[in-house]
Design a protein. Structure first.
Ligand SMILES: C[S@@+](CC[C@H](N)C(=O)[O-])C[C@H]1O[C@@H](n2cnc3c(N)ncnc32)[C@H](O)[C@@H]1O
Length: 265
């Protein structure tokens, strides 16, 4: 892959490369942001899905998909990466929850008939695909009238292509610097779960990012026909920030994620 990802082939290559390490780390609980911040907040934000037909857009290896199934939904997960989907299927075989997994782009969804789902959920995936507007149109089509779309993404105003924490001389977090907000040029970000056990050195993930402004995101949701019903910019809870002081800066200064809920009119 070049350093400037351009299409879904680049996304597939990157996430197939990430899949094995990603799934081991997520399943080992090394994604502490998910554990103590983003997932609890999302579970509180999302609609009730008990008894609903749910599609999980960009489901990855399926950890969150399984959470949704455990809430009593009939869940289908889609992901572009065949390796992610095969890891998800192995887990489903080991411990069946009735989840169907398919290799499919969330910007396509042509394997599903109109109105196949009551709810489309997505966690931390829609900023990783090149065509967000097409994803919104596809989600709109596969939902029933009155169906709900609910997704989380990296906060587009905060996690811009240039983001840096600002610290005082004695290490206190004072705020952040966010630059190149208007720059929608894709790029590849390299990182690993920073809260891995001490001393473990691992190869970094390569994550193609497709940055967009807040208005690009919100207008695409609305242009697809949805009515936006709620936004949230969650903070870690006070208890989480106390128990895990590395989370406090996200409580005091800036939200890592943006949540959007919308309804198919
Ligand atoms: C950061 S991971 C998140 C996975 C999962 N939702 C979770 O929260 O653990 C992003 C996922 O989005 C998938 N993805 C990126 N672009 C996609 C697209 N156009 N269609 C479907 N999946 C896509 C990637 O393959 C990857 O598995």
């Amino acid at each position: 892959m070049t350093s400037t990802p351009s299409d879904e082939l680049d996304v597939v290559e990157a996430w197939n490369g990430n899949a094995s390490r990603w799934s081991k780390d997520v399943r080992a609980g090394y994604d502490k942001y998910r554990a103590y911040y983003t997932l609890p907040a999302y579970l509180e934000f999302m609609p009730s899905i008990h008894g609903r037909r749910v599609i999980d857009l960009g489901c990855g290896e399926g950890s969150n998909t399984r959470r949704f199934a455990n809430l009593g939904a009939q869940v289908t997960g889609v992901d572009l990466s065949a390796l992610m989907i095969s890891l998800a299927r192995v887990e489903e075989e080991r411990d069946p929850l009735g989840i169907r997994y398919e290799i499919q782009s969330f910007s396509d969804l042509s394997m599903f008939a109109d109105g196949s789902f009551d709810c489309a959920l997505s966690t931390m995936a829609l900023m990783d695909g090149p065509d967000f507007a097409a994803a919104m149109r596809a989600a709109y089509r596969v939902l029933v009238p009155g169906g709900t779309l609910c997704f989380s993404i990296l906060h587009p105003c905060i996690m811009t292509p240039v983001f840096k924490w600002l610290q005082s001389e004695d290490g206190v977090y004072e705020g952040y610097r966010a630059g190149r907000y208007f720059d929608e040029e894709p790029f590849v970000e390299r990182w690993h779960f920073s809260k891995r056990p001490d001393g473990e050195r691992v190869e970094q993930f390569k994550v193609p990012r497709f940055p967009r402004t807040l208005s690009t995101y919100i207008n695409a949701v609305s242009d697809a026909g949805f009515r936006i019903t709620a936004l949230d910019e969650p903070r870690p809870s006070e208890a989480a920030a106390q128990d895990h002081p590395w989370l406090a800066r996200w409580r005091e200064h800036a939200p890592l994620v943006l949540f959007v809920e919308a309804s198919k009119i």
